[in-house]
Design a protein around this ligand. Structure first.
Ligand SMILES: *[C@@H]1O[C@H](CO)[C@@H](O)[C@H](O)[C@H]1NC(C)=O
Ligand SMILES: *[C@@H]1O[C@H](CO)[C@@H](O)[C@H](O)[C@H]1NC(C)=O
Ligand SMILES: *[C@@H]1O[C@H](CO)[C@@H](O)[C@H](O)[C@H]1NC(C)=O
Length: 330
C-alpha cells in the first residue's frame, strides 16, 4: 500500500485508492480534483514567486458631490436622471451644459477620464453662483447659490447610497462673490472673512451630514480674463488684492477646519497656480496667447470670462495628480 510511485504517474485523485507516495525527488501534485501526479519537486509551481500582494480594494462605485459656479457647472438637475455608469453626470447628456457650451469641463474629465471606478457625480454647481445671495447677489435671482446647492444636497442625499470614505466633496466658489463685489466701498478684507464664515458654516452642514473628504478649490486669476483685461489696470489691481486675500484666508480656514474636525481629510486645490502657469506660458501648451477667446483649440478662453475646454483638461489632470493616492482619481 505504501509503494512508491514513479515520477509522472498518478498518485491521487477522485476515487483513487492506490498509494500516494512518490519516489524520492518527486512530490504528489494535484493537477485537478480528479487527478494528482508525481512530478519532480523542482517543477512544482512556486506559490511564493507567482503570488502578489492583493490589489487595493476599489469600490465598484464612488460618489462625488460637487458645488460651484459656471467654472464647474454641467447643467445637472436633481429631479432628472440620476448619475449612472452610463452617464456619470446623470443629466443632461454627457458632457452637459458647461460655460463653454456642450464641451467637457474639469468635472466631466475627472468623472470619465481620471476615475478609477464608476464615479457617480452629483454636480450641483450653477452658473453665476455666489456663496450666499444675501451676502453677494448673483446676476439674476434664479441662480442657486452655494447655500441653495447645499440645501438641495441635504434634501436629496438620503436617497443616494453614499458612504463617507468613498465620497468626494469639492467646493469651488468665490469667483462671483469677488467679481460682483470687489469694487464696493468698505473693508474688502473683512468682507472676505464674512464670506468665508458663511462658506465654512455650509461646509459644517456637509460634515454634519457625514461628509469627510473635502477639496476646496481657490479663486483663479479672474482679474486676467479677457473681460477684465478690457478694464482699467486699477480695477484689475483692486480685484487681484481681494482674490489674494480671499485665497490666503481660504487656506487657513481649510487647515483649521481639518484640525477641528476629527476624521476629515481635506486640502486646497490651487486653481490659481494652474491658471497662472497657463497665462504665463500659453504657447508651451499650444495656445496662441493668453488673451484671445472664442472657438478653436488654440484659444485659452472660450468666451471673455471662461477657460476653454482644453484648459479644463489641464486642470482636471492637475487635480488628478493631487488626488492620486488620496482618492480613486488618478
Ligand atoms: C470611468 O467612468 C466611466 C463612465 O462611468 C466608465 O465607463 C469607466 O469604466 C470608468 N473607469 C473605470 C476605470 O472604472
Ligand atoms: C426618496 O426615495 C423615496 C423612495 O423611493 C421616495 O418616496 C422619495 O420621494 C425620494 N425623495 C427624494 C427627495 O427624491
Ligand atoms: C499674458 O501674456 C503677456 C504677453 O506675453 C504677458 O506680458 C503677461 O504677463 C501674461 N499674463 C500673465 C497673467 O501671465
Amino acid at each position: 500500500a505504501n509503494a512508491q510511485i514513479a515520477t509522472w504517474y498518478q498518485c491521487g485523485g477522485f476515487s483513487w485508492t492506490g498509494s500516494t507516495t512518490c519516489v524520492d525527488g518527486s512530490v504528489c501534485y494535484q493537477l485537478n480534483p480528479y487527478y494528482s501526479q508525481c512530478i519532480p519537486a523542482a517543477s512544482v509551481p512556486s506559490t511564493t514567486t507567482t503570488s502578489r500582494a492583493p490589489a487595493p480594494t476599489i469600490p465598484a462605485t464612488q460618489h462625488w458631490f460637487s458645488f460651484g459656479d459656471s467654472y464647474t457647472q454641467t447643467g445637472f438637475d436633481i429631479s432628472g436622471a440620476k448619475p449612472s455608469a452610463e452617464n456619470p453626470i446623470g443629466n443632461t447628456q454627457y458632457p452637459g451644459y458647461t460655460a463653454c457650451g456642450m464641451v467637457p469641463n474639469w468635472v466631466d474629465f475627472i468623472a470619465t477620464k481620471y476615475n478609477r471606478t464608476t464615479l457617480l457625480t452629483y454636480n450641483f454647481a450653477d452658473g453665476g453662483a455666489t456663496i450666499d445671495a444675501n451676502l453677494v447677489k448673483p446676476y439674476t435671482s434664479t441662480v442657486h447659490s452655494f447655500s441653495d446647492q447645499v440645501n438641495t444636497f441635504l434634501d436629496n442625499q438620503a436617497n443616494v447610497s453614499w458612504t463617507p470614505p468613498n465620497t468626494l466633496f469639492t467646493i469651488w466658489i468665490g469667483i462671483n462673490d469677488i467679481g460682483n463685489s470687489f469694487w464696493l466701498e468698505g473693508d474688502r478684507d473683512a468682507f472676505s472673512d464674512t464670506l468665508l464664515d458663511a462658506y465654512f458654516a455650509l461646509v459644517q452642514k456637509l460634515y454634519d451630514a457625514g461628509g469627510r473628504f473635502f477639496q476646496f478649490v481657490n479663486v483663479p486669476d479672474i482679474d486676467q480674463t479677457p473681460l477684465m483685461l478690457a478694464q482699467p489696470e486699477s480695477s484689475r489691481t483692486a480685484e487681484r488684492a481681494v482674490i489674494d486675500g480671499f485665497n490666503a484666508k481660504l487656506v487657513s480656514r481649510a487647515a483649521s477646519f481639518k484640525t477641528s474636525h476629527p476624521g476629515v481629510s481635506s486640502g486646497v486645490l490651487y486653481a490659481n497656480y494652474w491658471m497662472g502657469f497657463l497665462l504665463q506660458t500659453p504657447t508651451t501648451f499650444g495656445f496662441k496667447d493668453n488673451s484671445s477667446y472664442g472657438a478653436g483649440e488654440d484659444v485659452l478662453w472660450c468666451n471673455d470670462y471662461h477657460p476653454s475646454s482644453r484648459v479644463h483638461g489641464y486642470f482636471a489632470k492637475s487635480v488628478a495628480n493631487v488626488l492620486c493616492g488620496l482618492f480613486t482619481i488618478c
